[in-house]
Ligand binder design. Structure first.
Ligand code: BTN
Length: 255
């Protein structure tokens, strides 16, 4: 009984050859007068100014990978719960990758990893009215058919093709629909629920949970054991026998 059928998504997907950034393109569309439907999506074969988290850039090889963004209009959704959107998106991606035969996990706060390598990144940009999120632009970049990466990043980067036993190339547009279907179904089913179930599912998929892992905290190397996240998206880690809670600016994994 999902609102977002494959047909609905097909009617609301715009496929473009080249844009600066699919997130920025959606922002421009939003500022036009014509209202947009929820789940309107932009997929581009190439981005000239792909953006990443923390003002980083997202480089993606033309035609080989998937870069797309879509719109959500959450109702009565407090911005204090914005991390829930991250969790829904990450879980939707993880579920989709499982359907493609990959055992991926979520590297907090919102990267998707296979083993010790990054496969996918998420950039969510929210617009608020008062204390509520009224529009969320969800951007996803996922390495799909690219099989070689520059030496400087090859040790920490992977793709669907490199990780799967399937020799055939992945159909990028179909993957886009599969991701949208899974993310939107999790979004619809969790929007009105309390966040505990979502947090538990997210924590179940967490990269390096319950094992000693190395981090940089305030420039110092620490070993800690991840316990999970909370509703605010803070990472709970036991460091030196103490439970510490970090936001993503305070702590970084050492891969
Ligand atoms: C990250 O890991 O730093 C997040 C990367 C997000 C990249 C995607 S690609 C589609 C969308 N458009 C952008 O400019 N960025 C996101």
């Amino acid at each position: 009984n999902n609102t977002f059928s494959r047909l609905y998504l097909r009617q609301n997907l715009i496929v473009l050859d080249e844009v600066s950034s699919t997130n920025d393109y959606l922002k421009e569309l939003l500022s036009n007068i014509k209202p947009l439907a929820e789940a309107t999506a932009i997929m581009a074969s190439n981005q000239t100014h792909g953006r990443g988290q923390r003002d980083g850039i997202w480089l993606s090889s033309k035609d080989e990978n998937l870069t797309f963004s879509f719109l959500l209009f959450p109702t009565n959704f407090p911005s204090a719960k914005s991390f829930s959107l991250n969790m829904m998106v990450c879980l939707g991606i993880q579920t989709t990758l499982k359907q493609y035969g990959l055992d991926a996990c979520v590297k907090w706060p919102n990267d998707i990893y296979v083993g010790n390598k990054k496969l996918c990144g998420v950039l969510i940009e929210n617009r608020l009215t008062g204390a509520n999120i009224h529009t969320s632009i969800v951007g996803i970049g996922i390495n799909v058919n690219q099989i070689s990466f520059p030496e400087s990043i090859a040790w920490k980067t992977t793709s669907l093709q490199l990780e799967s036993s399937e020799m055939n190339k992945v159909d990028i547009k179909n993957l886009c629909f599969d991701l949208l279907m899974n993310i939107l179904s999790i979004y619809e089913s969790h929007l009105l629920m309390d966040t505990t179930a979502l947090i538990n599912k997210y924590n179940d998929q967490l990269f390096r949970k319950d094992v000693p892992a190395k981090f940089l905290v305030d420039g110092l190397e620490k070993v800690g054991i991840i316990q999970g996240v909370d509703e605010q998206g803070l990472l709970h880690v036991i460091v030196d026998d103490q439970l510490c809670k970090y936001d993503s600016k305070e702590i970084a994994f050492i891969i």
